[in-house]
Design a binder for this molecule. Structure first.
Ligand SMILES: [Zn+2]
Length: 317
């Protein structure tokens, strides 16, 4: 597993008390080092190889980047919703998050490594085709799916295990049968953004390629992992993807201040094992893209055991 970051993610600054902070990435980088994976900070030169504005247009409406730039002037300072503050550095940070994700993907599509983690912020999975939402401005994982398809991986699976439903990713691929979207999340009746019911299954050519598994608030690891093993993994295998993308949010950890699920380190380790086994059986590259996680424990006791188990699973798998 290779880990990639960009130098600009800290430029997306937020108001005091806002949960999605630049310090989150410091915690994530520490967790990677503790798991024996040293993050590789991409250079400006490496990032400049990617035309992020064009890539954003693959999944978002044409005015997205322009509107984000316009929102960065101080008297606007937000875009679309109050939970999406925009600082002067936000457009650069968001576009570099896209570039970092695409660069990480290219490294596993062409290079010797078969798995990578893009440590990016702002996160992306709530960003719909038309709107920023829930700390998310540009949908990094959705753009990666389109990039993968342009590189010849026509069938792409996206697994989203953030505690919040990946409504933006679902929105973008709702009628697209070439991208399988599966999300495990907290009960939408209790948790933001209020979507992700089991009856949401896609439409038209995409009917059946959206799979939602909501869990009641207070769910611990055992039923969650059973669903992952017995429902999610078989569904992803049956789709026969040529690329596996994972919206990796660690806010289902029990210490997370926003999430209401109760997963602990051992549960994340088991998730890492299950996904390592899945990727090995599928024989496809796997790209993890950071989404949520708002307590230090999400990284120390969520991401770290997940990465360690993934690493060990790959060695035996
Ligand atoms: Zn989340």
């Amino acid at each position: 597993m290779r880990v990639f970051t960009s130098p600009s993610s800290a430029k997306h600054t937020v108001p005091a008390g806002f949960p999605e902070t630049p310090e989150r990435l410091d915690r994530a980088e520490d967790a990677c080092r503790d798991a024996g994976m040293s993050p590789d900070t991409l250079t400006v030169h490496e990032l400049e190889a990617y035309d992020a504005v064009t890539a954003v247009g693959w999944v978002h409406t044409d005015d997205r980047v322009k509107r984000l730039a316009e929102a960065a002037i101080p008297w606007r300072a937000k875009i679309d919703t109050p939970e999406c503050p925009v600082s002067p550095g936000t457009p650069d940070a968001a576009l570099d998050a896209v570039r970092t994700t695409l660069c990480a993907l290219d490294r596993i599509l062409t290079g010797p490594h078969r798995a990578a983690l893009a440590l990016v912020r702002p996160p992306g999975h709530h960003a719909t085709r038309r709107s920023a939402m829930g700390f998310c401005y540009l949908n990094n994982v959705a753009i990666a799916a389109r990039h993968g398809q342009r590189q010849g991986r026509s069938r792409v699976a996206i697994l989203d295990f953030d505690v919040h439903h990946g409504n933006g990713t679902q929105d973008i691929f709702w009628e697209d049968g070439s991208v399988f979207f599966c999300s495990l999340h907290e009960d939408p009746r209790m948790q933001y953004p209020g979507s992700g019911f089991t009856h949401e299954r896609g439409a038209g050519p995409g009917l059946g390629t959206t799979l939602n598994l909501p869990f009641v608030t207070g769910t611990k690891g055992e039923p969650y992992l059973r669903a992952l093993e017995e429902q999610v993994v078989p569904a992803l295998e049956a789709f026969r993807p040529e690329l596996l993308l994972v919206s990796a949010g660690f806010d289902s950890h029990r210490e997370d201040p926003l999430g209401g699920l109760l997963l602990v380190g051992a549960d994340f380790a088991r998730m890492g094992e299950l996904l390592a086994g899945l990727a090995a059986r599928l024989g496809v590259p796997a790209l993890f893209v950071l989404e949520g996680g708002y307590s230090p424990a999400c990284f120390d006791d969520g991401m770290r055991p997940f990465l360690e188990a993934w690493h060990e699973g790959r060695l035996v798998g």
